[in-house]
Design a protein around this ligand. Structure first.
Ligand SMILES: [Zn+2]
Length: 197
């Protein structure tokens, strides 16, 4: 244990995803050694991002405006909606430059152990988007892990009775990880090879 504020800093850093106690300590001491201006810039960007970034009212993607750039892009349509867990998955799929539809961000995946149920995700918003009847295909592009599987199964059942095709990415993605762990080529192949559920 370090004294006071230094330990506070290590504790806060340790709460971040993927940062264990050792990494938290290393980052804390890096920050203590770094020059004032750099640390101040980091602090400012952290505060500014919380103050200014919003989530798109339609799809839930991070956005600088009420509606994100993808939802307002007239070259894209709601004919195909790709359902993802997080905004970072949109970035991964956009990199493969194959998709001209729009997205829907759930905000996570069903995880009974972690206490995340269907009502904690943006599923009601998805259903109301589909209510317009413009959509002919819903792509379930969830993480290739247990939670992603559970969520895909739940959504397939829910969307089954609707008059649209529900597809899933082809297998071949690294199992157990996040969607964005896959390289562009693997993700591209899984995307183009998607199958009807
Ligand atoms: Zn949007």
């Amino acid at each position: 244990m370090y004294e006071g504020i230094v330990q506070d800093l290590i504790d806060e850093l340790g709460k971040l995803p993927g940062i264990g106690p050792k990494s938290a300590q290393r980052i804390a001491f890096h920050l203590l050694d770094a020059d004032d201006a750099a640390v101040r810039r980091l602090a400012e960007v952290l505060v500014t991002v919380k103050d200014t970034v919003r989530f798109c009212e339609i799809c839930g993607n991070v956005s600088a405006e009420e509606t994100c750039r993808i939802c307002t892009d007239p070259r894209r349509t709601d004919e195909v909606i790709c359902v993802v867990e997080e905004s970072k998955d949109i970035v991964a799929i956009e990199k493969i430059r194959e998709f001209k539809g729009r997205y829907h961000v759930l905000g996570g995946a069903i995880d009974p152990i972690g206490g995340v149920g269907p009502n904690d995700l943006r599923i009601t918003q998805l259903m109301s988007r589909l209510g317009s009847g413009e959509t002919t295909e819903v792509i379930l592009a969830l993480d290739p892990n247990i939670e992603g599987e559970a969520t895909s199964a739940y959504l397939s059942r829910l969307l089954g009775p609707l008059e649209l095709s529900v597809t899933r990415l082809a297998s071949g993605l690294p199992v157990g990880g996040d969607l964005d762990y896959a390289d562009e080529m693997t993700l591209g192949r899984a995307f183009l090879g998607r199958r009807t559920v």
